[in-house]
Design a protein around this ligand. Structure first.
Ligand code: 5AD
Ligand code: FES
Length: 347
């Protein structure tokens, strides 16, 4: 009953103390999870109905100067077959995506020095002039304030940069010493003040994470109020220092999706590819827990297997049109509908 009361409070005031978040995560039963999920789905339906927004994900480069311990494309992974798409290839992906009904393109990549401001500005400009009714989202890691401003002025609308964990010590257990929690958080603030719609997010079940860290992640989401929050289970990659660590679970991820929906009912919440990787119906179950976005892959099929952040990633053999059709059917199977729309946050 205490958990129901906390959930009701969250549903009405959209805020709990960090200790209360912790209590909720620690003590919830299966029955409580169902209760919170029902609240989350009603909150989501009030704002977004049964629409699901889609974003076409174009994985533009797996070359990365960083060495995050969890990530399959970290620079120390000598088994990673590196590639970068040319601006022409990126445009072809966007053209195909447009004809498949996508109105948001997400350019995602490792921190690859080839993608300087000049190069990105040209690509963003071309996409925006060819498809003025589309949003461009960047997911290109940590850059300077100046760079964020230039890309924004070139027409980028949104930027995704997961905070990864809101606890500094935990951050340092997941990243090498050259990377810093403070810089990560500072980038998120710079992105927001530049004018972007901003996405934060974290992995569920990442190594050394406890419910205390998760409670801090929830408090961070409550206070920072990102427009979007990407969460998915951590999944080990065989060529990383975390190869033998356990993956995050479907149950924890779905539960946290519901809680985040209650923290910020309007938030854009993707049901991630990682969730679809650990369970055959993971993405459907994410939507049924309160998520409202899916991000199918638009990358050329010949590079898909190479953008392997974690083992056994799904959709590496399918053409863009197949993923689009597949997701449409999956969403229909649970009573939801993919819409042709930029999919901006409703405020
Ligand atoms: N398992 C799950 N998610 C991962 N990411 C990186 N590596 C993994 C992994 N092994 C996530 C990070 C990153 C996003 C692009 O993918 O949170 O921000
Ligand atoms: Fe890619 Fe189902 S979404 S095959």
């Amino acid at each position: 009953m205490i958990i129901h009361k906390l959930a009701d409070k969250l549903n009405s005031v959209h805020s709990l103390t960090t200790e209360e978040y912790r209590f909720l995560i620690d003590n919830r039963t299966k029955e409580d999870e169902e209760y919170i999920k029902d609240l989350a789905v009603s909150a989501r339906k009030k704002i977004y109905g049964n629409s699901v927004f889609v974003r076409g994900l174009i994985e533009i480069s797996n070359i990365c100067k960083n060495d995050c311990f969890y990530c399959g494309i970290r620079k120390s992974n000598k088994n990673c077959d590196r590639y970068r798409l040319s601006p022409e290839q990126i445009m072809l992906c966007a053209e195909e995506g447009y004809s498949l009904g996508f109105r948001t393109f997400v350019l995602q990549g490792g921190e690859d020095p080839f993608f300087s401001d000049e190069v990105l500005i040209k690509i963003i400009g071309e996409i925006k002039s060819s498809f003025p009714d589309c949003a461009v989202t960047l997911s290109m890691g940590e850059r300077s304030r100046d760079s964020y401003e230039r890309l924004y002025n070139a027409g980028a609308d949104r930027y995704l940069l997961r905070h990864e964990t809101a606890n500094e010590e935990h951050y340092n257990m997941l990243h090498p010493p050259e990377m810093s929690y403070k810089n990560r958080m500072n980038c998120l603030k710079e992105l927001r003040s530049t004018g972007y719609q901003v996405g934060a997010g974290f992995m569920v079940g990442s190594p050394f994470q406890t419910n205390a860290e998760l409670a801090e992640d929830l408090k961070f989401i409550e206070l920072f109020k990102p427009d979007m929050c990407g969460i998915g289970p951590f999944i080990p990659h065989k060529d990383t220092p975390f190869a033998n660590k356990k993956a995050g679970t479907l149950e924890d991820t779905c539960f946290l999706l519901s809680v985040i929906r209650l923290i910020y009912p309007n938030i854009l919440l993707p049901s991630t590819t990682a969730l679809g990787t650990i369970h055959p119906r993971g993405r459907e179950l994410g939507i049924l827990s309160g998520a409202n976005v899916v991000m199918p892959n638009l990358s050329p099929v010949n590079v898909r297997k190479k953008y392997e952040l974690y083992d056994n990633k799904i959709c590496t053999g399918e053409e863009s049109a197949e993923c689009r059709g597949c997701l449409e059917a999956r969403m229909k199977s649970v009573g939801y509908e993919i819409v042709t729309d930029r999919g901006d946050i409703k405020k």
